[in-house]
Design a protein around this ligand. Structure first.
Ligand SMILES: Nc1nc2c(c(=O)[nH]1)N[C@H]1C(S)=C(S)[C@@H](COP(=O)(O)O)O[C@H]1N2
Ligand SMILES: [Mo]
Length: 517
């Protein structure tokens, strides 16, 4: 292109900027804003003040229960990735719109980006762990977004007034610098957020955790296809409302035990682990686990008895529940009569399978209560415990789930698997049964609606853990359906009637259809 004198019209545009460049300026502005916010949040050691994370977390809390259930059912533990991707697509679309409506003047796009910045700041301010310095990240994000947008619109518009090759080169180099800068900032923010101290803290705690006691021989039928008795920390199911894992440092951690007590207590981590640590194998289950579903796991938890702390604090008459809150704002209420049972061994756990709690499972301290679903008992990243009456509603209660959640007696078939094709002859069916804090008495299994057969049970480890079962049938060729039902030590047999997970856990028999050839 021949060099021509610039005919810049003092900001008043005669022709609109090219579509592609305007759209790109919008995208780059939005991307830079999110990346800058993420970086500043990471640098400040406050990962949840990243506007992207804060908006995502608000979306999770505000989503109606059926939508949440749908997301978990459909995407399983990938639900968070799906949410982030969905948000990215929406933000990108709006950013393109911001660019396209700004081809004559950058005002409309700037207003849209500004509105988004305000939304991010509101989401950050609405987080339960909010402190004023957390606003730095959304404010920096907004500034970065507006500056990058203005810069690229100015550079991009030169094409309108007659573009020199110098102009084009400047647009391209600015664009490339913005893309690389945003990418590096975003990645650095993510790395900083992840590292924010918790890893070092976990190592310091490691020394205090006793080792794992191996389960007794014969505690599982893994050779026949059941899970191993203990689930590794890696494989342990994970369910929570946290978009990014809260990063707490033991040095900063405090637990306030207050409300209807004689003596309010504030415990540091050292205060807590100076008390006797006990170890209990506990099978944790999720209330929204469908019949036959995967959301059940067992670990050895190491911790301090909740009962001892409650007795120390002195529960006042009339109190009904312990209302526990996590650093990220999740909360729940657990009946005090359960927590105060002398042999319940509800724990404030600091360790899991011989290690400090993994960050995803609540580091540094979580609650675990044998016999209750996680949503009413297993608060991770625990920071507050209030002794109160049942009037105060908890997170899932407000969303339509039952106030109280004792775990229902259930069983699951792990082998054969659905649609397996096996040789005719002896076929071993195997699976798990659970009735936490009551214990499993018997599991019965039948094929094709025939007579029930009592299954062989694995070694009984404790009434707070699952029990494996297996039984061998001799089957001819064709399609077969196997069903199981458990009976607990209170004499209750799991009912055939199917009920949905909402409001207090699914019921019904698990059945699996397969073929023999
Ligand atoms: N802070 C926090 N704790 C929480 C939850 C949560 O969303 N946030 N979910 C609860 C639910 S519903 C279950 S089933 C268990 C799951 O514990 P896990 O992720 O260690 O398996 O944690 C409980 N504790
Ligand atoms: Mo749960």
């Amino acid at each position: 292109m021949v060099a021509r004198p610039h005919r810049r019209s003092n900001g008043v545009m005669t022709a609109p900027a090219p579509r592609g460049r305007a759209a790109f300026a919008g995208l780059a502005g939005a991307g830079s804003a999110l990346a800058a916010g993420h970086l500043v949040a990471g640098l400040a050691g406050m990962p949840t003040s990243s506007p992207l994370v804060a908006v995502g977390n608000s979306a999770i809390d505000l989503a109606p229960t059926p939508l949440k259930e749908f997301a978990v059912r459909t995407f399983g533990t990938a639900d968070k990735i799906v949410l982030l991707t969905g948000m990215a697509v929406i933000i990108a679309a709006l950013a393109v719109v911001a660019g396209l409506i700004s081809r004559r003047s950058r005002l409309p796009g700037s207003v849209l980006i500004g509105a988004f910045g305000v939304l991010g700041a509101v989401a950050v301010a609405a987080r339960p762990d909010f402190t004023t310095p957390a606003l730095v990240a959304p404010v920096m994000a907004l500034i970065a977004g507006l500056v990058v947008f203005a810069l690229l619109m100015a550079r991009g518009r030169s094409a309108v007034d007659g573009e020199t090759s110098e102009d084009r080169r400047r647009f391209l180099t600015t664009s490339a610098a913005v893309v690389v800068g945003a990418g590096v900032a975003g990645a650095a923010g993510t790395a900083l957020g992840r590292g924010a101290g918790a890893d070092t803290s976990r190592r310091l705690v490691g020394a205090r955790i006793p080792g794992v006691t191996a389960p007794p021989p014969g505690a599982d039928f893994a050779v026949s296809g059941t899970p191993t008795f203990l689930t590794t920390n890696r494989d342990f199911y994970r369910i929570d409302t946290a978009l990014t894992v809260p990063q707490l440092r033991v040095e900063d951690w405090r637990l306030r035990l207050h409300g209807m007590v004689e003596r309010e207590m504030v415990l540091t981590f050292d205060d807590l682990v100076r008390r006797p640590l006990i170890t209990r194998s506990i099978t944790l289950a999720r209330v929204s686990n469908p019949v036959g579903g995967p959301y059940i796991s067992t670990a050895e938890f190491h911790g301090v008895r909740v009962r001892d702390l409650l007795l120390e604090a002195g529960v006042r008459p009339g109190a009904q529940q312990l209302f526990t809150t996590s650093a990220d704002g999740f909360d729940t209420g657990t009946p005090l009569d359960v927590l105060l049972e002398p042999d319940r061994d509800a724990l404030l756990a600091v360790g899991m399978n011989g290690e400090p709690l993994p960050a995803e499972h609540g580091f540094p301290v979580r609650m675990v209560v044998p016999g209750l679903y996680g949503y009413v008992s297993a608060t991770k990243w625990l920071v507050d415990a209030e002794v109160t009456t049942f009037d105060r509603q908890h997170y899932w209660e407000k969303r339509g789930w039952a106030k109280q959640g004792p775990i229902k007696t259930q069983s699951r078939i792990d082998r054969p698997r659905r649609r397996d094709s096996l040789p005719a002859g002896p076929v071993t069916a195997a699976g798990i049964a659970w009735a936490q804090h009551t214990g499993i008495d018997r599991v019965e299994v039948r094929v094709d609606g025939g007579p029930w057969r009592t299954a062989e049970l694995a070694t009984d480890v404790s009434r707070d853990t699952w029990r494996m079962w297996r039984v061998t049938f001799h089957l001819g060729p064709g399609e077969h359906t196997v069903q199981c039902r458990a009976t607990d030590r209170a004499g209750h047999t799991q009912p055939e009637q199917r009920r949905p997970v909402l409001p207090d856990g699914a019921t019904g028999w698990h059945s699996v259809t397969f073929t023999c050839a």
